[in-house]
Design a protein around this ligand. Structure first.
Ligand SMILES: C[S@@+](CC[C@H](N)C(=O)[O-])C[C@H]1O[C@@H](n2cnc3c(N)ncnc32)[C@H](O)[C@@H]1O
Length: 304
């Protein structure tokens, strides 16, 4: 990681890091306190860049990383910049607990969720919820299609299995791959819907995707923010107030393209030119393909 040490000295040649900018901006915008009053946890911190940034901004930071080779680089910068409010711990993130580390205003979970196997990743997210008092950032790889499933606490989650290491690789070989999982040979990548469902089930009150500040990454890398807040009390709609948690459905390829087709030029021309009888005949098929929404329009919305 390219960290400026002062003057023209860097740990690596100067480089842009959109993720760094994003994480800092989310902290500034959403943590609800000035940076110097925050307690921050940087999970699987690698060479420590995000935690170091927050510590340079006077936050109290704990970085957890298992690989000594990565941690040594973070320690070097900590000592060089005299970051007394940064604590670096050599540990497995799967050992995270309130008893061991206390609680944090901001938890940075960047680049680690998708390195954990199931069910570990489920326990890990629950632990993040427990140590978090306000805000958690999940910057992670996701599965774009709901290909494989994993059942946890009687609920089914969708995603894909990603191979981390060859089954035959020994522990030393696995540790030498500095950015990978430490021991598990495969990891579970959630689809966005399944991740949102699980994050809600553990108790985060809302969950957002961050689009700005922008960061040019492939489509299957996303940054989400989970907020641990109090549920709002709805006063103006008893029906809405009585609504329980509704799991987000998985998106099939068609449900993604469907709405786009509906707003496209071909669809609009066909809607104008085709006789009503033909349109009525086509409607059930278009509903099945999710190009049209199912169900009828409520009477009070219909034009007389
Ligand atoms: C892809 S890097 C991401 C680093 C950094 N957080 C980021 O977002 O750029 C993954 C890091 O997770 C660490 N790691 C993987 N599994 C871990 C585990 N179970 N406990 C602690 N660290 C782990 C690796 O050593 C590596 O530093």
């Amino acid at each position: 990681m390219s960290i400026h040490l002062g003057g023209d000295l860097y740990t690596l040649r100067p480089a842009l890091d959109g993720r760094l900018r994003r994480i800092l901006q989310i902290a500034c915008d959403l943590a609800g306190k000035p940076l110097d009053q925050l307690r921050v946890l940087d999970l699987a911190c690698l060479e420590g860049h995000y935690g170091i940034e927050l510590a340079m901004n006077e936050a109290e930071v704990v970085g957890i990383e298992l690989r000594e080779a990565n941690l040594a680089k973070a320690r070097y910068v900590k000592d060089y910049l005299r970051l007394n409010r940064l604590t670096l711990c050599q540990d497995d993130v799967r050992n995270l607990s309130v008893e061991k580390y206390g609680q944090f205003d901001l938890v940075i979970c960047s680049g680690i969720l998708y390195h954990l196997d199931a069910p570990d990743v489920f326990h890990f997210i629950r632990r993040i919820f427990e140590v978090c008092t306000r805000l958690a950032i999940f910057d992670t790889q996701i599965a774009l299609r709901p290909g494989e499933t994993f059942t946890f606490e009687n609920e089914t989650y969708h995603g894909l299995w990603y191979t981390e290491h060859d089954e035959s690789a020994d522990r030393d070989t696995r540790l030498k791959d500095l950015w990978a999982s430490v021991d598990n040979t495969r990891s579970f990548w959630f689809t966005p819907a399944s991740l949102a469902n699980y994050v809600a089930r553990v108790g985060f009150s809302s969950f957002y995707e961050c689009l700005n500040p922008e960061h040019a990454v492939p489509e299957d890398r996303r940054a989400y923010v989970a907020i641990k807040g109090k549920p709002g009390i709805i006063l103006s709609s008893p029906l809405t107030a009585s609504m329980g948690f509704t799991p987000k459905p998985e998106r099939s390829q068609l449900s993604v393209v469907g709405p786009n087709i509906k707003h496209g030029p071909m669809f609009r021309v066909a809607k104008r030119l085709l006789p009503q009888s033909i349109k009525n005949m086509l409607k059930p098929s278009l509903r099945m393909l999710r190009i049209l929404r199912s169900g009828s329009t409520p009477k009070f919305l219909k034009k007389e």
